[in-house]
Design a protein around this ligand. Sequence first.
Ligand SMILES: [Fe+2]
Ligand SMILES: [Fe+2]
Length: 193
Amino acid sequence: MNDMSEHRAKFSQMTEGTAADYNIISENFKVYSRGLPDRVLDHLQLLKGDFGGFAVDRLEHSLQAATLAHQDGQDEEYVVAALLHDIGDTLGTFNHADIGAAILKPFVSEKLHWILEKHGIFQGYYFFHHIGLDRDMREQFRGHQHFEDCAHFCHAYDQAAFDQNFESAPLEFFEPMVRRVMAAPRQSIYISE
Ligand SMILES: [Fe+2]
Ligand SMILES: [Fe+2]
């Protein structure tokens, strides 16, 4: 038994867990959750050097999308969503949009979450016809309250962010924004009303 044993829960099965155990676990969760922005920023940087055949790598694409949104006067939450919209490319290779949407879900509006989640389909308008798919896949959402907002995100910031000559703001510029947006969740099953 090491010195830190009093800082660990005593149970070996959750059926044996006590409130005292969960006091310890909750204290640890507080510390761990504060590190979320760092983990997200670290993971975003995995996109560096990953070109996937595009003219710019996925990190540069992300920085361009965020810079375009910022220059266009979008608010901080939106800019952070633009920065992180493709963060799922690494682990969600076949459903990347779901990952960024899930990561930001506790911290952004329902509209921004919808945009993040659906952007993969809406982005298809610009290339699905080149790969044998239906560029109008987004039409299934025509009439949805966020359809035009998602179409705008893709048109203005996503499909437009592959320019080798664009001067995007560095990641350091967006870091404080990520930290502010992710400072406190609006909703989570682990937080009581
Ligand atoms: Fe994407
Ligand atoms: Fe993208």
